[in-house]
Design a protein around this ligand. Sequence first.
Ligand code: CA
Ligand code: CA
Ligand code: CA
Length: 141
Amino acid sequence: MKNSTFAIAVAALASLSLSAVAEAGAHKKAAHKSCPALNHIDPDNDGAMTLGEAKKRALVVFAKINPDGDRTLEPGEVKGRLSKAQFIAADSLIKDGKIGRLEWLIAVKHTFRAANPDGDRTIECDELHKGAGKSLFRMLK
Ligand SMILES: [Ca+2]
Ligand SMILES: [Ca+2]
Ligand SMILES: [Ca+2]
């Protein structure tokens, strides 16, 4: 009895803090300007892309650029998206000259971090157009 009361209290606390976080995120997002290039790859079109959104988009792109439907991206399939050096770096878990889905997601995550020098939770329009942001855009466009 004592245990279940405790569990309920913990669950209530957890959901409270989760909704507080979501609310803070919503307020923050509203401040960003819309951005055509970003809107194309940002599912909720709010001018700021979270890592979760980038990953979601990465999976869509993975399916789109993998017309042979196998489990991997071969060099020809990522043409114009990854440089040769980026391809080699992205072929990280199983170095087999192909990029698996998880390797693709890891590469997107690393590029996202590199493209987000201000260390907040999102890529904004200006970040998408400079440095690693350009690489991220090529990967997700
Ligand atoms: Ca393939
Ligand atoms: Ca691989
Ligand atoms: Ca940012």
